[in-house]
Design a binder for this molecule. Structure first.
Ligand code: UD1
Length: 426
C-alpha cells in the first residue's frame, strides 16, 4: 500500500496542463460499443477508472488497443456476450453505463447492480425508468451477500422504440445511458429535464460523429431520432473541468500564481466566479486560465447544483480552501446526500467545520496541522492534498487509490508547480 505525503509548500507557481475529462471518457468508451467500425479516441486520460471500463469492453468482445499514450483504438464489431463481468462492474459504478449501449446494440444486457458508495445511495431508478419507456423489460436479482452471490439486472427488448422520458432529477448517468440506448431505437426519444453537463454535450458530439441523430444536448430537452446503424469515428475528449478547478484552487489556497492549460473557461463559470469572490485575480486566455491567489482569502458561500450550477465534484476542494478563508463560510450540498466525509478529515487537521443535514459551516482562518488522513473518495483525496499544501508539517494521505481513479500524474503535476509532495510505501 502506498500513501501520499504532502508538506507545507508555500506559494505554488508555474503552468500545469489538464488531461482529458474522466467523466467524458467513461461514457464515450461505453458508447463505443454502439459503433461497428474503428473508433479512435484522443486525449484519453491514463486513469484506473479508464482501465476498468476498457476491461469491461474487452470482456464483452471488443478490442481496445493503445495507439500512443493518450490515444486508443476501439473496435466493437464482434461482441461475443451481453453479460458483463461482475468483478469489473463491481469496481466502478460508472460501468453501469454499458447497459444502454448493450440494449441498443444487441437488445440484451446483464449488469451488476451498482451498490451505494461513500457519497450517497446513488440509485439507478432513473436509468431503469428510461429503459422501460423505450420498451425494455428487466428483472433485478439480489444475491445472498454472505455466500458472495452477485446482484444483477437482466434486461432485454425485442426492439427499442423511442418515447418521452421525464427525469425527476437531471441525473448525468441516466441522461447518458438513455441517450446511448435511444440512438439505435425505432423513432423519436425525448429526454426532458435532462442533465446539461459539458460531458453530455461531448457524448452527444461523439455519437453524432458515429452517425447518430441527436439535438439539444446541453439544454434540458434532448431529442434523439433513432438510426439503423452506427459506424466509426475519431474524437478528442474535452478537458477535465474538475481537474482544472482543483489546480485553480491550489493557486488560491497557497496565494500562488498558476496558469492552468488546456481548459474551456465556459465550463468553469461558477468556479471562476466563486474564486473571484474569495479574492483571486483570474484572467481567461485562449485555452488557459491564469489564477493569482490573494494574500488573504475572503469568506464565501457555495451551493452545489446540477450544471450550470456549482459542481458537487468541486465541493471538497472548496471546503479545503474555506478553512483558509476569513470568518464563516457555508456549503450547501444538494446533489448527493452524504458528501461531507472530507469534513471529518479536515477537522482532524485542525479545521473548524460543523455539519447539519446538507449544510456545512466552515469557520476560518484555521491553522491546519499535518496528520494522518484518509481519502474517503476521489475528490476528498484531491482536497486533502490542497489542505496539506498549507498545513504545518507533513500530511499523510492514506487510501490514495481513490485519487488515482481520477487524477492523472497527480504527483508530477503538483510537483511541477513547486508542491512538496511524494508517494511513499506505507
Ligand atoms: C456523475 C459523475 C460524478 C458527479 C455526478 C454529479 C461520472 C462518471 N460521474 O455521476 O463525478 O459527481 O455526475 O455531477 O460522470 N440519482 C437518482 N436516481 C438515478 C440516478 C441518480 O436518484 O437513477 C440521484 C443520485 O443519487 C444523486 C443525483 O441523482 O443524488 C446525481 O447523480 P447523477 O447525476 O446520476 O451522478 P452520476 O452520473 O452517478
Amino acid at each position: 500500500m502506498e500513501k501520499i505525503v504532502v508538506e507545507n509548500s508555500g506559494k505554488l507557481n508555474g503552468r500545469v496542463r489538464v488531461s482529458g475529462a474522466k467523466n467524458s471518457t467513461l461514457p464515450i468508451i461505453a458508447a463505443s460499443l454502439l459503433g461497428t467500425e474503428d473508433i479512435i479516441l484522443e486525449e484519453v486520460p491514463r486513469l484506473k477508472d479508464v482501465e476498468i471500463i476498457c476491461e469491461v469492453l474487452r470482456a464483452l468482445g471488443a478490442t481496445v488497443e493503445d495507439i500512443d499514450e493518450h490515444t486508443i483504438r476501439i473496435n466493437s464489431s464482434n461482441l461475443k456476450t451481453y453479460e458483463t463481468k461482475f468483478d469489473l462492474m463491481n469496481k466502478m459504478r460508472a460501468s453501469f453505463l454499458v447497459m444502454g449501449p448493450l440494449l441498443g446494440r444487441i437488445g440484451k444486457a446483464k449488469c451488476a447492480l451498482p451498490g451505494g458508495c461513500t457519497i450517497g445511495a446513488r440509485p439507478i431508478d432513473l436509468h431503469l425508468k428510461g429503459f422501460s419507456a423505450l420498451g425494455v423489460e428487466y428483472t433485478e436479482h439480489y444475491g445472498d451477500l454472505e455466500s458472495g452471490e452477485d446482484s444483477y439486472i437482466l434486461a432485454h427488448t425485442e426492439k427499442l422504440v423511442g418515447d418521452k422520458v421525464y427525469l425527476d432529477f437531471p441525473s448525468v448517468g441516466a441522461t447518458e445511458n438513455i441517450m446511448m440506448a435511444a440512438v439505435l431505437a425505432k423513432g423519436r426519444t425525448i429526454i426532458e429535464n435532462a442533465a446539461m453537463e459539458p460531458e453530455i454535450v461531448d457524448l452527444s458530439n461523439f455519437l453524432r460523429k458515429l452517425g447518430a441523430n441527436i439535438k439539444g444536448a446541453g439544454t434540458n430537452t434532448i431529442i434523439i431520432d433513432g438510426v439503423e446503424k452506427l459506424h466509426g469515428a475519431r474524437h478528442q475528449i474535452i478537458p477535465d473541468r474538475i481537474e482544472a478547478g482543483t489546480f485553480m484552487v491550489a493557486a488560491a489556497i497557497t496565494g500562488g500564481d498558476v496558469v492552468v492549460e488546456n481548459v474551456i473557461s465556459d465550463h468553469l463559470r461558477p468556479v471562476i466566479s466563486k474564486l473571484e469572490e474569495a479574492g483571486c485575480e483570474i484572467t481567461e486566455e485562449e485555452d488557459n486560465i491564469h489564477v493569482k491567489g490573494p494574500e488573504e482569502l475572503k469568506c464565501i458561500n457555495i451551493k452545489t447544483l446540477p450544471y450550470p450550477g456549482f459542481p458537487t465534484d468541486m465541493q471538497a476542494q472548496f471546503m479545503a480552501m474555506m478553512t483558509q478563508c476569513d470568518k464563516t463560510n457555508i456549503v450547501m450540498e444538494t446533489v448527493f446526500e452524504n458528501r461531507f466525509m472530507h469534513a471529518d478529515e479536515f477537522n482532524k487537521m485542525g479545521a473548524d467545520i460543523k455539519i447539519k443535514d446538507r449544510s456545512a459551516m466552515v469557520t476560518g482562518v484555521s491553522k491546519l496541522q499535518g496528520t494522518d488522513v484518509r481519502a474517503t473518495d476521489l475528490r476528498c483525496g484531491a482536497a486533502l492534498i490542497l489542505a496539506g499544501l498549507v498545513a504545518e508539517g507533513e500530511t499523510h494521505i492514506h487510501d490514495i487509490y481513490h485519487i488515482e481513479r481520477g487524477y492523472e500524474d497527480v504527483i508530477k503535476k503538483f510537483s511541477g508547480l513547486g508542491a512538496k509532495i511524494k508517494r511513499v510505501e506505507e
